[in-house]
Design a protein around this ligand. Structure first.
Ligand code: SF4
Length: 183
């Protein structure tokens, strides 16, 4: 029998090797987005995903060498210009393979902009928790996580912010990572 959890942990261990102070993005920052979390949001599109879900809508974000490297300080400067936003959502690609850079941006947004922070992940909450280290630290900086891979056979377009029935919208205790509620 295939041990999916073990495979997920191995995939999660394949962190993108970005230089210190940089993050690899797949697209420019977006603002006024209403489909990737509650309220008007900025979306940060990360590049690189090890999950390769069948039916993924963004396969161009899989390649670890595609997209472009952005200086985290420049990302912060750009974020500063967006007004009237409720929060920031990390989309992918797979944000958790760049957990350290994402956490730095997440913490900055909370402190400097007063925003809440959400992230998508193709990994489940449980896999991220078991892996620990940087990915768990990033998770603890979030208010909400939409977790799990996209599974084509469970596709359901009626779900809030999710594409397949296995995915969950987890509201988290920010700073602790505890699950407060599940949608
Ligand atoms: S985790 Fe997301 S970006 Fe990665 S393959 Fe799956 S659906 Fe696509």
């Amino acid at each position: 029998m295939t041990d999916w959890k073990k495979i997920s942990l191995e995939k999660l261990a394949k962190q993108l090797e970005t230089p210190e102070g940089y993050i690899r993005l797949s697209a420019p920052l977006e603002h006024d987005n209403i489909v990737n979390g509650d309220g008007l949001r900025v979306v940060l599109w990360t590049q690189g995903c090890p999950n390769h879900c069948k039916g993924c809508q963004n396969p161009e974000t899989w390649d670890y060498k595609a997209g472009y490297l952005a200086k985290i300080d420049d990302v912060k400067q750009e974020l500063r210009q967006f007004r009237g936003q409720a929060g920031l959502t990390f989309c992918g690609g797979e944000p958790f393979v760049q957990a350290k850079a994402c956490k730095e941006i997440a913490d900055w947004c909370r402190q400097e902009m007063g925003w809440n922070v959400w992230s998508f992940s193709g990994f489940t909450y449980e896999v991220i928790k078991e892996y620990g280290k940087g990915p768990w630290d990033f998770l603890k900086s979030l208010d909400a996580l939409i977790d799990g891979p996209f599974i084509l056979s469970q596709r359901d377009l009626s779900l809030r912010f999710r594409g397949s029935k296995n995915q969950r919208l987890l509201h988290l205790k920010q700073g602790k990572g505890e699950i407060l509620s599940i949608e």
